[in-house]
Design a protein around this ligand. Structure first.
Ligand code: ADP
Ligand code: MG
Length: 762
């Protein structure tokens, strides 16, 4: 079936149709709370306001989860409490959809909730408490019944389109259909099940406004059930075989040339009154019940879809017949869906195939949730993710509503009982999310070229014709004379007379008609002119409004930018000041740095100077000490040589003394060895001894320039402050002293005693 199929057949339209407007409306989500059942005690919901509902965890759950669950609030377009009547709900939820349907716009309405939450009660209702479906049907017929086309004037083709045929063909079709069915169908006189007859009380009847009287209407209904992801036609009339009952055949979904999904081969029953539509609906319900019992199905696991299709086409210029132009046929539809219970499988202890089926049902609701999620994400984040409509039959069927245009509404049903709390929580979350999805708003249908008021004019014309015919004695309805035979002398002349009169009247009327026709055409052209001008003005107004909005937006933007620029200027000012402060800081720091550098340089050069000075001192000292050491070594060497020589000399003298007695004549010889020669002269001392005059030492004195200073220094203090007495005594002196001592005594210990004082180390 088609969702957005506005035309019976529009092959010229490009296939991937996009809504021509870009206005969107969010999915309307309503919440209805049913009264607490008699057997239930604890209530876990509370209607806070007419848009907010609050859920609170039942006591048991609270205890189990350490009070982790608190109260949660959910807001919807409207929340209906337990006192809401079916009529009030209808007024808010379904009435606008029926209005739309009549004005060629599509709608989808579905109930969602846990089993037992009141989905079926809301959609179908009970005797005396008709739900949204019977009320919608009633409103449709209250609105269009005076303008309904004859049966079979509109004829569904097999490809989701709608044909239109003339009255004669329609009549032939009707006769054919009636002869086919064994029981003649006379719906207007048929007795309805009294249980359903009082679904809606007459005072509750309502009517759509602005119904186009110059169109002809026909209503078609289909009723399908989706169970275990199979589609079944509930209105299909299959000959019943009592011996071997055939299992119901499932249907498939197809896409029509406008890319709308429809159930291929699905029965579409044309209905002419609320009662007849009810009758068809209950027929389907009965079939559903039977199938469920026979096949041991659980009805809460099936989705039921009731589709109301409204075909409308303008009357021709005379306002007499439906215009025979398929392209002028508009088809809109309202889809009423009672979804399966949304609870998870675990709750109904299903097993085996039942469990599998339940899984499929769950799967389809799961797909619905996924589709809504993806749609929402695509719309909110501007992404272009693929919406998995095809994953289940239900969503595939709904595809056109979310992809195309139309109005989508959902009634979320909740049962306040504590047992349902957790499931209800999930339902609420899904419902809140659904509200964020937007669907393109349907555009107004194009106006047909004919002037308005055709039907009324035609009606008036017919009435006038009857009146005039009556005046002139013409045949009136129900007064048709009977001709007994070709020789009827009474009736035939009268008939001829009447026909002649009629002919004259007709000619007169044709003349009059032609006269008025001209005026009418004039009016019509003016009408259409006016209409186009009005359209133009409307369009311009719309544009003006848009421009106004744009200007306002831009003004706001300018205001915002001005504010921003002021703010920025202020910021710049502050930044400039800060920069100045920093620069000053920088300058002072740089100065300080420079002065420090200079100081550092000074210190460095000072250090270098000190270093070089120290180096000079060190080298001086080193040189001095080196020379000193050399000198001392030389002196010591000399001294030692002298000593050696003195000892040698003494030894010789001693030898001479010893040998004197033996060889008196023997003159003591000076040491013959050249090297033993004393660098001086030996002479006799007063004490009878000998002394040596060192000539070498004189030479040494002359050679060593330091000798004078050394002499001087000998009376001074040494490096350690002690007097260096005797240390630097002339060798000459020392030698003479020694010889004197030897002459005085016998070179005994006294010699040693008066020997040179021990030399101290410097
Ligand atoms: P569902 O279709 O969601 O499984 P039903 O519509 O079958 O639930 O409702 C279960 C029961 O609750 C029915 O007996 C129905 O009459 C009753 N019920 C549901 N909603 C209401 C309501 N708003 N007022 C009174 N009774 C209700
Ligand atoms: Mg139900």
């Amino acid at each position: 079936f088609s969702v957005c199929n506005r035309k019976g057949k529009t092959p010229r339209r490009p296939p991937p149709k996009k809504p021509s407007n870009n206005q969107k409306d969010p999915v309307g989500v309503y919440c209805r709370a049913r009264p607490l059942g008699e057997e239930d005690e604890e209530c876990c919901i509370e209607v806070i306001s007419n848009t907010t509902i609050q859920l609170h965890a039942p006591d048991g759950l609270k205890a189990n989860r350490n009070g982790e669950f608190k109260e949660t609030q959910y807001s919807f377009k409207k929340v209906f409490g337990i006192k809401t009547t079916q009529m009030e709900l209808f007024e808010d939820v379904a009435k606008p959809l029926v209005e739309d349907l009549i004005h060629c716009k599509n709608g989808l309405l579905f109930t969602y909730g846990v089993t037992g939450s009141g989905k079926t009660y809301t959609m179908t209702g009970s005797p005396g408490q008709g739900g949204l479906l019977p009320r919608s049907l009633d409103m449709i017929f209250n609105s269009i019944s005076p303008y309904q086309a004859k049966r079979y004037v509109f004829k569904p083709d097999d490809k989701n389109g709608m044909e239109v045929q003339n009255q004669v063909d329609a009549l032939l079709d009707r006769q054919k259909r009636e002869s086919q069915t064994s029981v003649p169908k006379t719906p207007t006189t048929r007795r309805f099940d009294p249980e359903f007859a009082d679904m809606i009380s007459p005072e509750e009847a309502c009517k759509a406004s602005g119904v186009d009287e110059d169109s002809s209407y026909s209503v078609f209904v289909s009723y399908i059930e989706i169970y275990n992801n199979y589609i079944y036609d509930l209105l299909e009339e299959t000959p019943f075989d009592p011996i071997k009952p055939k299992p119901p055949q499932s249907k498939i979904l197809r896409e029509d040339q406008n890319h709308n999904m429809y159930v291929a081969g699905c029965t579409e029953v044309e209905v002419k009154s609320t009662e007849e539509a009810f009758e068809v609906f209950w027929r389907g319900q009965k079939k559903r019940r039977i199938a469920n019992t026979q096949l041991n199905r659980e009805s809460s696991r099936s989705h039921s879809v009731f589709i109301i299709k409204l075909a409308q086409a303008p009357l021709d210029a005379d306002g007499d017949n439906v215009l025979q132009d398929k392209s002028q046929v508009n088809v809109s539809q309202l889809c009423l869906v009672d979804l399966a219970g949304s609870e998870r499988t675990s709750r109904t202890r299903a097993e085996g195939s039942r469990l599998r089926e339940a899984g499929n049902i769950n799967q389809s609701l799961m797909t619905l949730r996924t589709c809504i999620e993806v749609l929402r994400e695509n719309q909110m984040c501007g992404t272009n993710k693929m919406v998995p409509y095809r994953d289940s039959k239900v969503t595939h069927l709904f595809k056109n509503y979310f992809d195309g245009e139309g109005k989508v509404r959902m009634v979320v049903c909740v049962n306040p009982k504590a047992d349902d709390y957790e499931e209800t929580l999930l339902v609420m979350r899904f419902a809140e999310m659904t509200q964020e999805v937007e669907v393109a708003r349907p555009v107004d249908r194009p106006i047909c070229g004919f002037a308005a008021g055709r039907r009324q004019r035609n009606q008036a014309f017919k009435e006038e014709l009857t009146r005039r015919l009556e005046d002139r004695g013409g045949p009136v309805d129900g007064d048709s004379p009977t001709i007994s035979g070709p020789n009827d002398n009474v009736t035939l002349p009268r008939l001829i007379e009447a026909l002649e009169k009629r002919h004259k009247v007709r000619q007169m009327m044709v003349e009059e008609y032609n006269k008025t026709g001209k005026i009418i055409t004039l009016f019509r052209t003016q009408d259409s002119n006016l209409l186009s001008k009005e359209n133009f003005i409307q369009e311009q107004r719309g544009r003006l409004g848009e421009k106004d909005k744009m200007i306002q937006n831009q003004k706001n933007e300018i205001d915002r930018l001005e504010k921003k620029s002021k703010m920025l200027e202020y910021k710049i000012d502050i930044l400039q000041k800060t920069t100045n402060i920093y620069e000053e800081d920088k300058r002072s720091l740089q100065q300080e740095l420079e002065s420090r550098e200079q100081r550092l340089q000074r210190e460095m050069s000072e250090k270098r100077r000190m270093e070089s000075r120290m180096q000079g001192i060190v080298t001086d000292a080193k040189l001095k000490w080196e020379k000193e050491c050399e000198r001392r070594v030389n002196a010591k060497q000399l001294e030692m040589q002298n000593k050696l020589w003195v000892k040698d000399e003494k030894l010789k003298q001693l030898k001479a003394i010893v040998t004197e007695g033996k060889t008196e004549n023997q003159q003591p010889k000076r040491p013959s060895r050249e090297k033993d020669k004393v660098p001086g002269e030996v002479f006799k001392t007063r004490g009878g001894g000998q002394a040596v005059q060192f000539t070498d030492i004189e030479t040494l004195k002359q050679e060593n320039p330091l000798a004078a200073s050394r002499k001087r220094r000998s009376s001074e203090t040494g490096p350690d402050g002690e007097p260096m007495e005797g240390n630097w005594t002339d060798v000459e002196t020392r030698c003479s002293v020694a010889l004197e001592m030897r002459a005085g005594s016998n070179l005994g210990p006294g010699y040693q005693h008066h020997g040179y004082p021990k030399r101290r180390k410097p």
